[in-house]
Design a protein around this ligand. Structure first.
Ligand code: C2O
Ligand code: CU
Length: 544
């Protein structure tokens, strides 16, 4: 495979949105950041220069990085941050991924503005599993704060309450016509009647799950998370933070202009998850001579709290599972884990915090809220530095209770904290059931695993039933994803084979849940064969 070299200069640049100018962190001055175009199997070298004022790391979301976690990017998991004035040379090692992935900062909340698309084309001599689209367009969904994002984060942590919600949702960096003084910047996609457009849609928002739709047009999903799917036609999609969808749009309607639009999906109560409920828009504009209707028509989107609508894509998504795109789902598993994912509230002296009823918000997996170490776990593992992490996670089965009942005893609300990871033998076959809980309040959690894609074999509402639910697993053509949302008051089951040695982060992709501790990691041991072992670190790892 060929090797290309790119330069990422992380630096501040001034951008104005909602009538207010602001310095944001960017790559090469661009927001959203530059698109990386690659071919399946390629390795790309990126020289990352930190010319900003704060620590930074860059992560290649959904790239499995075979045997090379060293430049995967999550801070204090696989590296220490790149300090201002320093440089780190990172490799993006593509293998089986094809379709749409993305890259983003993985330090504090800097990914709010430091992100961009990774588009992976079929290898020479191979084709898309659908008719070649006429044009391809990245559609990056995001969020905008008028204030500095890390200041918003720090203030949330200081009060113990919810951080301030964003001031706007964005499509390709623009709030769109329905927000104050945003009209002139609205993203416009011009189309020719009769042509087909491949939208490479990324939810880069820090917190918000989104319903996305295009007025009067159908959307056909043909891929997700860097893997193709059987075509799935829908009027709208739900895209959770971290996820990507490849969607075909046929320009087959009356020549006019139409809105594409996104709104937040949220079921959390007011005190926990308030947000801006304006619709972000962009315009699909047909080329040709006609008088455009005024204003463009808005698509119908589900109600903000419509949980049934939120699972409609997940319910229909299937991998190709054909000769060229085989399904390798483990039919049985050697390691079976149940991870409960909860939002908790932690007591505060005099009930003085700004969370629910005077408490401080927290998040946990199996009632352990993750403590970020000060030396990265990968380094500690590789060089045998003790005292950085514990490797007995989870220490036993989760507390068993009716996870999704309306009222739960207070004891379930008190997580302990720790830096706990799970060690996996090389080539073990793993099943994880993520069980959502109603501990403080039920909400969805888009769980993301680094270093792997996994098969989503089952999901449902209520409590997972280990006797009955596995009988309904899809072991024929389950979708192959890297980020899957645990439905509100529900569960999801994933499977993968631990064939990629290294240290791999596992976390919710709702950023404030990460800030509150909803994360852990896997250490996947080396196999016997030299080709089953981690590669050595590069010489320029950022110091801690
Ligand atoms: Cu998209 Cu750990 O991240
Ligand atoms: Cu979450």
């Amino acid at each position: 495979a060929s090797t290309r070299r790119l330069t990422f200069v992380v630096r501040e640049a001034s951008y104005t949105r909602l009538c207010s100018p602001k310095n944001i962190l960017t790559v090469n001055g661009q927001f959203p950041g530059p698109t990386i175009y690659a071919m399946k199997g390629e390795t790309i070298i990126v020289d990352v220069y930190n010319k900003g004022k704060e620590n930074i790391t860059i992560h290649w979301h959904g790239v499995t990085m075979p045997r090379y976690p060293w430049t995967d990017g999550p801070e204090y998991i696989t590296q220490c941050p790149i300090q201002p004035g320093s440089k780190f040379t990172q490799k993006i090692i593509l293998s089986t991924e094809e379709g749409t992935l993305w890259w983003h900062a993985h330090s504090d909340w800097t990914r709010a503005t430091v992100h961009g698309a990774i588009i992976i084309y079929p290898k020479n001599g191979t084709k898309y599993p659908f008719d070649k689209p006429d044009t391809e367009v990245p559609i990056i969904l995001g969020e905008w704060w008028k204030n500095d994002v890390n200041a918003v984060r720090d203030e949330g942590l200081a009060t113990g309450g919810d951080p301030d919600p964003s001031d706007a949702l964005l499509i390709n960096g623009q709030p769109g016509d329905l927000y104050p003084c945003s009209k002139s910047g609205t993203f416009k996609l011009t189309v020719d009647h009769g042509k087909t457009y491949l939208l490479r849609i990324i939810n880069a928002a820090l917190h918000e799950a989104l319903f996305f739709s295009i007025a009067k047009h159908k959307m056909t999903v043909v891929g997700t998370d860097g893997s193709y799917t059987k075509p799935l036609t829908r009027d709208y999609i739900t895209i959770f933070p971290g996820q990507t969808y490849d969607v075909l749009l046929e320009a087959n309607q009356r020549p006019d202009h139409y809105y594409m639009a996104a709104i937040t999906y949220s079921v959390a109560p007011k005190y926990q998850d308030f947000y801006d409920n304006t619709t972000t828009t962009a315009i699909v504009q047909y080329n040709g001579y006609y008088t455009p209707s005024s204003p463009p028509s808005l698509p119908h989107l589900p109600a903000y709290n419509d949980t049934n609508a939120s699972v409609q894509v997940m319910a229909g998504l299937r991998s190709l599972a054909d000769a060229e795109h085989p399904c390798n789902v483990p039919l049985s598993t050697s390691t079976n884990l149940i991870y409960t994912v909860s939002v908790n509230s932690y007591p505060c002296v005099n009930n003085s915090c700004a969370g629910a009823n005077g408490t401080r918000f927290s998040s946990s997996i199996n009632n352990i809220s993750f403590d970020t170490p000060i030396v990265d776990i990968l380094q500690a593992y590789y060089y045998n530095i003790s005292g950085v992490y514990g490797d007995k996670f989870p220490s036993g089965p989760p507390l068993v209770f009716d996870f999704t009942a309306d009222y739960l005893p207070l004891i379930y609300q008190l997580p302990s904290s720790g830096t706990e990871v799970r060690v996996l033998e090389y080539n073990s076959t793993v099943e994880i059931v993520f069980q959502g809980t109603n501990v403080l309040a039920a909400t969805h959690h888009p769980m993301h695993l680094h270093g792997y894609s996994f098969y989503v074999v089952g999901w449902g509402f209520g409590n997972f039933d280990g006797n009955r639910d596995p009988l309904r697993y899809n072991l024929v053509d389950p979708p192959f994803q890297n980020t899957i949302s645990v439905p509100s008051k529900g569960w999801v089951a994933i499977r993968f084979e631990a064939s990629n040695p290294g240290v791999w982060f596992l976390h919710c992709h709702v950023e404030r849940h990460v800030t509150w501790g909803m994360e852990t990691a896997f250490i996947v041991k080396n196999g016997k064969h030299p080709k089953a072992q981690m590669l050595p670190p590069p010489s320029d790892m950022p110091p801690c």
